[in-house]
Design a protein around this ligand. Structure first.
Ligand code: ADP
Ligand code: MG
Length: 615
């Protein structure tokens, strides 16, 4: 019965969506006929070109959270490349790919050195780039025509039919906008889009879940730039003229403002912001010289009172008037076929290399921070299929140890081998691919993604579907999405969060957030799972459940290293225990051996025992 009603509801929901889409389409098709005068139509056309630029900006700035002020320069490069190419006899349809290629290459030149660094390096590099492009356009007169620009740029013709009227340009540009928007929405609902948002929310946690953040940022930046390049080509080919003044840094700031006002991180926001900021100057024109003041104040007010952008109003509305969510596709869990939680099979070479060796071999690792020695020549072997606890007083180097294993820190000396492969010097995402995954002591979730999507980010590291599949939404890509979903559902089931799948990750209680981190790590199919104080903030029942879960994971063949404060928990669940004090390993053995070690009692357990016996 409930499936019937939910099906019904889904059908109605779909019908409503189609109704609104059809209405919007009719309005868009009718719009040019409702506008009084050609000037406004040309303005709308410029708005459509801007929309493509802003939709592009949304990839790197909206989805990835990296500030890019180069969008006007890329727009300009696209415009001039297309103008020069078509003036020299090349067809528009060949000039556009050329413009995309030119802007794509420029983005590589700018992105490769800056995107590895912190977010603001890209901002600075793109501002400088904008200035340089402007200077070149103005001063390289023999090619660009200097300040007077290039005239008589050939227009577009489709199969011999020339587009000469603004009305024709409108429909032509509208089709390009639909393509640009469709692509942006597809990317957002794919593993690539999830990876972009994940790295915006937590770059460290995205890397740990196997996301190659540098590659994803580079891709987003290239796509941003190519959108702008294509928009530039469309612009010159519809107005048949180009001059440098439109491609200034002021224009770049305007594009940026359009995205921020509409709502960064959503393609729909880009549409709204571009629409509002294109129309506003016209609507306020009757104010004469006062209009700029009002326009400025209006933008500031919008940013202050709607920091998430106009698009966020929709979300607020939905929160206030929640529609019963279309039942989480009941069939989803049933799709799960692959044994997701079993550790990824080690490669043949790795298996041969390990033989009877320990799964993890840590040798003489030393990590210094300035004068502080956080890890002092630590060596440790962990056997496959065991639960290994790391305990020690606060500041003894436990988290640092996990950070070294997972690639977050590179120690000054030592070696770390997993499955016979050296891990030191690799990026965290590469280490995740080898088969090591982790959770964090201070929780790092992707706040703007749902619980399910958080885990799907982890699952994606075992799937190899490419970019074209995402753009074309191929059959293979859809099957991969289903597989990722199933894998994520299963990981959620393993930690007891299956019925939370559709909730925003940020809405979970603290203990659940820790479980979600474990599910995300499990979805990468690790050989070795590192948990940093997984029971912190949990009540005794929750902690006991967690220990059951950890034991269950070991029984499925996953090796676990976990850091814990609660000595009782450690003793119950672990096969071996290592004790740290001041960055040194002071004891190691079975729980009972460690409990008897006088050194350990002196350094740590003595205190804890005393506390326990008092309690
Ligand atoms: P634990 O997890 O055992 O409580 P940590 O590994 O977090 O301890 O810290 C060990 C020591 O290393 C502490 O003194 C801490 O201040 C220091 N430390 C850890 N990370 C850094 C860092 N990134 N920079 C400087 N000092 C650090
Ligand atoms: Mg710690």
């Amino acid at each position: 019965m409930s499936t019937l009603t939910s099906n019904l509801r889904a059908t109605i929901g779909n019908k409503a969506r189609w109704f609104w889409l059809a209405l919007a389409l009719c309005a868009l098709l009718a719009l040019p006929h409702l506008l009084p005068g050609k000037y406004l139509l040309q303005l709308v056309n410029l708005g459509l070109v801007s929309l493509i630029v802003v939709l592009g900006l949304n990839y790197i700035t909206g989805y990835c959270g990296q500030i890019n002020f180069g969008q006007a320069a890329f727009w300009g490069i696209g415009a001039y490349v297309t103008a020069l190419a078509t003036l020299n006899g090349l067809s528009f349809w060949l000039a556009i790919p050329l413009a995309a290629l030119a802007t794509g290459l420029c983005s590589l030149l700018l992105g490769v050195p800056t995107l590895k660094l912190r977010a603001y390096y890209l901002a600075m590099a793109t501002i400088a780039f904008g200035e340089i492009v402007q200077l070149v356009l103005v001063h390289w007169e023999s090619v660009t025509g200097g300040t007077s620009g290039l005239r008589g740029v050939p227009g577009v013709s489709i199969a011999g039919y020339a587009l000469t009227e603004s009305l024709q340009h409108y429909y032509f540009l509208l089709a390009w906008c639909a393509l640009a928007l469709g692509l942006a929405l597809r990317v957002r609902s794919s593993k690539l889009g999830r990876a972009m948002v994940a790295l915006r929310d937590s770059e460290i946690a995205a890397e740990a879940a196997g996301v190659d953040t540098v590659k994803v940022k580079m891709l987003a930046f290239a796509m941003s730039s190519m959108y702008a390049g294509v928009a530039g080509g469309l612009y010159v080919s519809t107005i048949n003229y180009v001059s440098p003044d439109l491609f200034s840094n002021a224009q770049a700031v305007l594009f940026f403002t359009m995205l921020v006002v509409g709502g960064t991180g959503s393609a729909v926001g880009a549409v709204i912001g571009t629409g509002v900021l294109t129309a506003l100057p016209e609507l306020l024109r009757f104010l004469k010289e006062w209009y700029l003041v009002l326009y400025g104040v209006g933008v500031i007010l919008m940013i202050v009172f709607l920091p998430e952008g106009i698009a966020s109003l929709g979300q607020r509305w939905r929160k206030r008037w929640p529609r019963q969510r279309v039942a989480v596709e009941a069939g989803d869990a049933a799709v799960a076929t692959a044994p997701v939680l079993a550790a990824a099979a080690p490669t043949a070479a790795a298996a041969a290399a390990t033989g009877t060796e320990a799964l993890l071999q840590v040798h003489e690792v030393t990590q210094r921070f300035g004068g502080l020695v956080a890890l002092d020549g630590v060596s440790l072997n962990v056997q496959r299929g065991t639960v290994h606890a790391v305990i020690g007083p606060n500041g003894s180097g436990k988290t640092t140890f996990l950070n070294v294993l997972s690639g977050a820190y590179t120690p000054q000396a030592g070696s770390v081998r997993l499955l016979g492969q050296e891990l030191l010097g690799r990026r965290p995402s590469a280490i995740a691919m080898v088969g090591l995954s982790r959770t964090f002591q201070n929780i790092r979730l992707y706040k703007s993604l749902s619980v399910l999507e958080n885990v799907m980010v982890g699952a994606a590291c075992r799937h190899r579907g490419g970019l074209w599949g995402i753009f074309a939404e191929s059959k293979k890509q859809r099957a991969e999405e289903l597989a990722l979903r199933a894998a994520a559902q299963e990981a959620l089931l393993a930690v007891g969060l299956a019925d939370m799948a559709q909730r925003p990750a940020s809405s979970l209680a603290y203990a659940q957030q820790r479980l979600l981190e474990i599910a995300r790590a499990l979805a990468t199919q690790p050989q070795l799972l590192l948990l940093d104080e997984p029971a912190a903030g949990m009540n005794p029942q929750e902690a006991a459940m967690l220990m059951q879960t950890i034991r269950g994971l070991r029984d499925q063949g996953i090796t676990v290293i976990f850091v814990e404060h609660n000595v009782k928990l450690v003793m119950g669940v672990s096969d071996r225990v290592t004790v740290f004090d001041f960055g040194r390993k002071i004891a190691e053995g079975t729980p009972s051996e460690v409990q008897r070690s006088p050194e350990v009692i002196a350094a740590y357990l003595g205190r804890a025992r005393a506390e326990v016996s008092h309690a």
